[in-house]
Design a binder for this molecule. Structure first.
Ligand code: GLA
Length: 388
């Protein structure tokens, strides 16, 4: 495939010399959802599919970017003195935002580049296609301009690009998983301190199955920002009542139970309850995984979904239908929505001998309930972004 991409790059940019190639994965979060911006734990892993880039540095200030996924938009051009968000630049705002963030942090980027992107992550499906292209751009910049910057710093800058340039107030999980992923491991990340640990995912006779609702996400970004504000409000109320915390992730469920009566708004209380309980679930789940107790890990995945459905209210009919169908299947060890929610994907652990039936039956039931066709992927855990 890479050969194909290089050939296309040369045709599009009418160039016949040496090029550089890079890859950046997508990610799936196994447990710990909507906990990152609450200073809690997440447990994502990088996937073995993602975004590829073929690149050639230029001598002038121009960037020319082409995506095989958005052929109809053609080549998008901008230059170093003109790094502003522009709606009509569509997907290219992600790489543009990363270049801008690097410059703002005084990294020396003194020319543009030509790039062809191709991603095999479904866009907008909650598998971090945007973090993937952001971190990919960071890796390209580091390589082309010989920057002295480590991956964690690049991950942080990509989050800044997403927050400030794109305007989505996301946490650090996606960029971290995409940048720091490790084959066959998930990352237990404390989003407050950024301390992390690689935990081997040894599923033996089981697979990770991702199912895409194929639901268009609509107002997801504004609803995401709303959830985040709700949690921040809850922290303020607790602070006003003498509970000295910066994030909900600092409280255990037992500690929260003692102070939650201060939060009188029912909706806010539900949001905070999810943030606290999910954080604890993530920690406990990882302990079970370390002891090879996948069955208990799976049960906590199911509970995570229920909490996201009932307390955080970020699921909806599509995700819930996929999950209910998954729970009914023989061989399903655990199943939950993954990512921001409001559409996007589910992640399930399924015994290998039942995977085929799982896909067949879940697809059928989902179609009957929603009229939509789900797509399924068997996920392999891959490495983080880098040069290839
Ligand atoms: C999106 C965000 C992440 C995280 C998840 C929910 O993927 O980009 O930072 O908040 O939603 O866990």
């Amino acid at each position: 495939m890479l050969e194909e991409l290089i050939k296309e790059f040369k045709e599009i940019f009418k160039y016949d010399g040496e090029v550089e190639t890079f890859f950046s994965p997508g990610r799936v979060n196994l447990i710990g959802e909507h906990t990152d911006y609450n200073g809690g734990f997440v447990f994502p892993c990088a996937l073995d599919f993602g975004t590829y880039a073929v690149v050639k540095k230029r001598e002038d200030n121009t960037f020319r970017m082409y995506s095989k996924n958005f052929k109809n938009l053609g080549t998008i051009e901008f230059n170093l003195d003109n790094l502003v968000y522009n709606k009509k630049d569509n997907w290219a705002n992600y790489p543009k935002g990363v270049v801008k963030t690097f410059l703002d942090k005084a990294y020396k980027i003194d020319s543009g580049f030509d790039v062809l992107f191709y991603g095999n992550i479904p866009n907008g499906a909650g598998l971090s296609s945007s973090a993937s292209i952001e971190v990919l751009t960071a890796v390209i910049l580091k390589d082309l301009f010989k920057l002295d910057v480590d991956m964690v710093e690049m991950v942080k800058m990509c989050q800044v690009a997403e927050n400030k340039f794109i305007g989505v107030n996301s946490g650090i999980m996606d960029q971290f998983a995409v940048g720091m992923g490790k084959k066959d491991h998930a990352i237990l990340l404390d989003c407050n301190t950024l301390k992390f640990e690689y935990v081997p995912v040894k599923l033996k006779n089981m697979s990770i199955v991702i199912a895409n609702t194929n639901k268009k996400r609509g107002l997801a970004d504004s609803k995401y920002n709303e959830r985040r504000s709700s949690c921040e409000e809850a922290v303020k109320i607790l602070n006003d009542n003498g509970v000295n915390i910066k994030y909900l992730g600092e409280l255990t469920v037992a500690e929260f139970d003692k102070v939650k009566h201060f939060i009188t708004d029912e909706e806010q209380l539900k949001r905070a309850t999810h943030a606290v309980s999910e954080n604890e679930r993530a920690k406990v789940a990882v302990e079970f995984l370390k002891k090879d107790d996948i069955a208990e890990f799976g049960k906590l995945m199911n509970q995570s979904h229920i909490s996201l459905r009932d307390d955080y209210e970020v699921t909806g009919i599509e995700l819930d239908s996929l999950i209910e169908a998954a729970w009914e299947e023989e061989g399903t060890v655990g199943s939950r929505m993954t990512g921001a929610g409001f559409g996007g994907c589910t992640v399930s652990i399924v015994e290998n001998e039942h995977v085929e039936n799982f896909i067949k039956n879940v697809e059928k039931k989902y179609k009957e309930k929603t009229g939509l066709r789900a797509t399924f992927y068997i996920a392999n855990i891959g490495d983080g972004a880098g040069k290839i």
